[in-house]
Design a protein around this ligand. Structure first.
Ligand SMILES: *Cc1c(COP(=O)(O)O)cnc(C)c1O
Length: 243
């Protein structure tokens, strides 16, 4: 039997993504209701790392507007393949300065700026790309000093980094970002982030982004005032490798 391409083939993966997305949106709505917040104040960034461009396309068809990636090698070709979709691309991972040039060509928001050298590298790269890139200061919320290698600036260093981002010609300071430390209470960690965000807004009133919360702890992030949730596995399923 010849199956023509025009046949509307059932797309099980689309259905799976639709169901997962609906469940995540419901969790966000419930968390907002519990916190007395407006769902419209939350941006859901669906982290598509390790999943193919076809999934990004399916998500766009399901109303997703913001996607996140953490490795330039994967993200660059995906962003290119999905250039027609008018998505906002968020680079959420640790960024090496030598990747800044590539990332600045497609990323609208870089979430994990944690050192002055990176500010300079992204600014130069954005200038070369003729773009303005929004950038967040990643804060290390691990008070134990165990250093899990998740990155982030020490809270004391955040104001200076925020100033540097705000002063950069081709960058726009968006706010702050963090990953909850493993094994700790995410709510307490995100409350610390909220205080740091408030401190940044004192100097930079328009830097209102607070990027916090992943599949496992998005409720705590909503309760603590996050504006951007970075959700991967709850929408896409388990990652084939640990991206
Ligand atoms: C992978 C990743 C996420 C998404 O994590 P999930 O647990 O799959 O939701 C969020 N933020 C960063 C920085 C990530 O690397």
């Amino acid at each position: 039997m010849i199956i023509s391409r025009a046949d509307a083939a059932p797309d099980d993966r689309r259905d799976e993504l639709a169901a997962n997305l609906a469940a995540v949106r419901q969790r966000v709505a419930d968390a907002c209701a519990g916190a007395g917040r407006d769902v419209g104040d939350l941006t859901l960034v669906v982290v598509t790392k390790t999943f193919p461009a076809d999934d990004v396309r399916r998500l766009a068809g399901l109303g997703v507007t913001d996607v996140g990636e953490n490795r330039d090698q994967d993200a660059a070709p995906k962003a290119l393949a999905c250039a027609d979709l008018a998505l906002r691309w968020h680079f959420v991972g640790q960024l090496q300065t030598n990747k800044a040039r590539s990332v600045a060509t497609y990323a609208d928001v870089v979430h994990a700026v944690d050192r002055p050298r990176l500010v300079a590298a992204i600014d130069t790269a954005a200038s070369k790309a003729g773009r303005v890139v929004r950038a967040l200061v990643q804060v290390d919320l691990d008070e134990t000093g165990a250093g899990e290698g998740r990155g982030g600036a020490r809270p004391d260093d955040v104001p200076a980094l925020a100033d540097a981002l705000a002063a950069a010609q081709h960058l726009e300071l968006g706010g702050v970002m963090a990953v909850a430390p493993l094994g700790g209470d995410p709510r307490a960690a995100f409350d610390r982030l909220a205080r740091i965000a408030e401190r940044v807004r004192r100097d930079h009133p328009r830097a209102t982004d607070v990027s916090a919360g992943m599949s496992a702890d998005l409720e705590a992030a909503v309760a603590a005032g996050a504006t951007h949730l970075r959700v991967g596995s709850a929408v896409l399923g388990r990652r084939p490798r640990n991206g």
